[in-house]
Design a protein around this ligand. Structure first.
Ligand code: CA
Length: 245
């Protein structure tokens, strides 16, 4: 791994020129020219930056370092950026990814957001725009309690893996918790069956998705109580959506 100055980076090495409490940004970009100009811009704006050029290294660094934000190029030499995004999210659903993409087709953007990205920037972009988007995303993070997801009367705490409904704690099995956390992360938006299977169960899942339906049914029993309508809406042929409730 290389640090922002391009010097060899050891796990125990701490940069001394980064301000205390600097926001940590992981840049994933295989293009040397774009990468080095982004590192310069981000470092110059007091971010603590690490730069990875491959998907495998990016996923490993994201999971071990837990940066505040990840800027992820989709076109990487070794892995599709979307798979990198899914892998990062399967390990830690709270890590936030902004996609950098030359693919501006709507489908790619939808798939990217479904893979867990919070925002996307299409190439070519202006540095000022990128910095503004990064700051906007970090501001949004600052205004909420990290690790806590809220959806009306429903509250989920990731670090302790606890869930409350109307202030009463619910008991959750491991996969039910993971599934609910993933749906809450995309509150009000459809999450596809494929995304749920790959992120909650296994990224290489090719088997039956009956287990997903089974867990959705179990979640509904726990969440809906006596309500007539479920908080979890089935979107036929696509996936599920947790309503804001
Ligand atoms: Ca690229």
């Amino acid at each position: 791994m290389l640090d922002a100055a391009g010097e060899s980076y050891g796990g125990a090495t701490t940069r001394t020129d980064v301000p205390m409490n600097a926001k940590q940004v992981l840049l994933v970009e295989d293009d040397e020219r774009i990468g080095s100009s982004l590192v310069r811009a981000l470092t110059g704006n007091d971010f603590d930056v690490r730069w990875e050029r491959t998907g495998h290294e990016a996923a490993a660094t994201a999971i071990s370092w837990e940066p505040d934000l990840i800027l992820l190029d989709l076109g990487l030499p070794d892995m599709d950026g979307l798979d990198v995004c899914r892998r990062i999210h399967a390990a830690n659903p709270l890590l936030e990814v902004i996609m950098l993409t030359a693919r501006d087709e709507e489908l790619d953007i939808v798939v990217g957001l479904d893979a867990g990205a919070v925002d996307y920037i299409t190439k070519p972009f202006k540095l000022a725009e990128l910095l503004a988007r990064v700051r906007a995303q970090l501001r949004r993070q600052g205004s909420r309690d990290p690790g806590v997801l809220d959806a009306g009367s429903l509250r989920l705490e990731v670090p302790s893996r606890r869930v409350w409904l109307h202030g009463e704690e619910l008991s959750m099995r491991a996969k039910e918790f993971d599934l609910l956390a993933r749906l809450m992360l995309s509150l009000g938006e459809v999450v596809t069956r494929e995304a749920l299977m790959s992120e909650v169960w296994d990224e290489n899942w090719f088997g039956s998705t009956k287990t997903l339906d089974f867990h959705i049914a179990a979640l509904r029993r726990k969440l809906d109580g006596s309500d007539d309508e479920s908080r979890i809406t089935t979107v036929r042929g696509v996936g599920y959506r947790l309503e804001r409730g």
